[in-house]
Design a protein around this ligand. Structure first.
Ligand code: SAM
Length: 251
């Protein structure tokens, strides 16, 4: 199973979600499937405190945490959202950094970028920009962003070492990342890791929690800390746990 096969499966799944008209909360959507190990592992009430126009346009029910709540966003900052989907966290961040700031969303699925751009027009979010591209090769200049956020995405990236190296490259010294993601507690068995449905469903690509933090530290980030942690109920026949964690670290 190659990296490109994994990415095709991920693009196919999230392209299909992007093409659907409304919000996509529920077991057939987002991370997890009704047939998968974890059922649906996203959370549906993440944006209850967010402005209704943003929530109703851009929340497809695909997130597993609230990175914008922990990112220390301030007026004038430049923020990058990895795997921005329909743009929910981009628009939340854009209102926090204001007109003197800027938020860039990067996603590799063309249909998601189209949907995010339609939302940008609808919300008149002039301080946002969406770029088609891959996290492992970010279309972003080196040392150019103050904050990186991401919501339920890095588990889907086959080469996580490369993803964190790219995050380090584009961040200004003193900048901070805050990502929500799925991790395992205990190792996921090989047969599950080879299952494409479990990859696109945010299970097969999940690293063990300590390993995940190690990859961030090895990329050069300091003060790598878990700021939120929630465990999911998984099928009792599997011998690992799944958690949604929010992690931050500083360059
Ligand atoms: C589970 S969805 C989360 C979307 C969004 N962050 C949210 O919370 O609504 C995962 C998104 O990450 C994107 N993605 C997955 N792997 C990627 C990669 N290697 N590079 C760029 N985008 C990627 C997918 O296209 C999809 O839009």
């Amino acid at each position: 199973m190659s990296d490109s096969e994994i990415k095709s499966a991920v693009k196919e799944k999230y392209g299909e979600i992007a093409r659907k008209s409304g919000s996509c909360c529920g077991p057939a959507c987002g991370c997890g499937t009704d047939a998968g190990i974890a059922g649906t592992i996203t959370m549906n009430d993440l944006y209850s405190g967010v402005d209704a126009d943003v929530r109703e346009s851009a929340d497809l029910g695909l997130g597993c945490g609230t990175p914008t709540a922990f990112a220390g966003l301030e007026e004038g900052m430049t923020v990058l959202d990895l795997g921005s989907g329909a743009g929910i966290d981009v628009f939340v961040a854009a209102r926090k950094v204001g007109p003197s700031g800027k938020v860039i969303g990067v996603d590799m699925t063309e249909e998601m970028i189209k949907r995010a751009e339609a939302n940008k027009r609808k919300l008149k979010a002039a301080n946002t920009e969406f770029r088609l591209g891959e996290i492992e090769s970010l279309p972003v200049a080196s040392g150019s962003v103050d904050r990186i956020i991401s919501n339920c995405v890095i588990n889907l990236v086959p080469d996580k070492t490369r993803a964190f190296a790219e995050m380090y490259r584009v961040m200004k010294p003193g900048g901070k990342f805050t990502v929500s993601d799925i991790v395992s507690v205990g190792q996921i068995p090989e047969d599950v890791r080879k299952d494409m449905t479990e990859w696109a469903g945010c299970v097969a690509g999940a690293l063990d929690r300590d390993q995940y933090l190690g990859v961030a530290r090895d990329a050069g980030f300091r003060d790598v800390t878990v700021v939120a942690d929630k465990s999911y109920d998984v099928d009792v026949t599997v011998h690992f746990g799944l958690h949604s964690i929010t992690v931050s670290g500083t360059r």
